[in-house]
Design a protein around this ligand. Structure first.
Ligand SMILES: [Mg+2]
Length: 121
């Protein structure tokens, strides 16, 4: 299963990717913002997306809406990983149809549980 990790912070991408690798996930592509993410998706179709919210050029909310607006991508699970933990933020993200939400900082275990919960439903 191919994962796409979208975050403008190389450090945060590394943290997420290292966590995924610790779960045995090796097929991972990365992008630095929503535009880069959409471009990468044209070439290599991810089956699971983990995205940050706050990014330049195209943020994670706009990226989620773009993915959901494309019938070809509409059913790909999206997990949002962000520092934005206010209730209103979470509601807005869920309305944009992210499947689940992780507030930074997070442990690898929490990430694993959120991914597992999405894949089970
Ligand atoms: Mg960011």
């Amino acid at each position: 299963m191919k994962y796409l990790v979208v975050d403008d912070s190389p450090t945060m991408r590394r943290i997420v990717i290292n966590a995924l690798k610790s779960f045995g996930i090796e097929d991972i592509i990365e992008a630095e913002d929503g535009i880069d993410g959409l471009n990468k998706m044209k070439d290599s179709k991810p089956e699971f997306i983990i995205t940050d919210w706050n990014m330049p050029n195209m943020n994670g909310l706009e990226f989620t809406k773009a993915v959901r607006g494309n019938p070809e991508y509409a059913s790909i699970p999206i997990l949002m990983v962000t520092t934005r933990g206010l209730k209103q933020d979470i509601i807005e993200a869920l309305q944009a149809k992210v499947n689940n939400y992780v507030v930074k900082p997070f442990t690898p275990l929490v990430l694993k549980e959120k991914i597992g919960a999405i894949l089970k439903t």
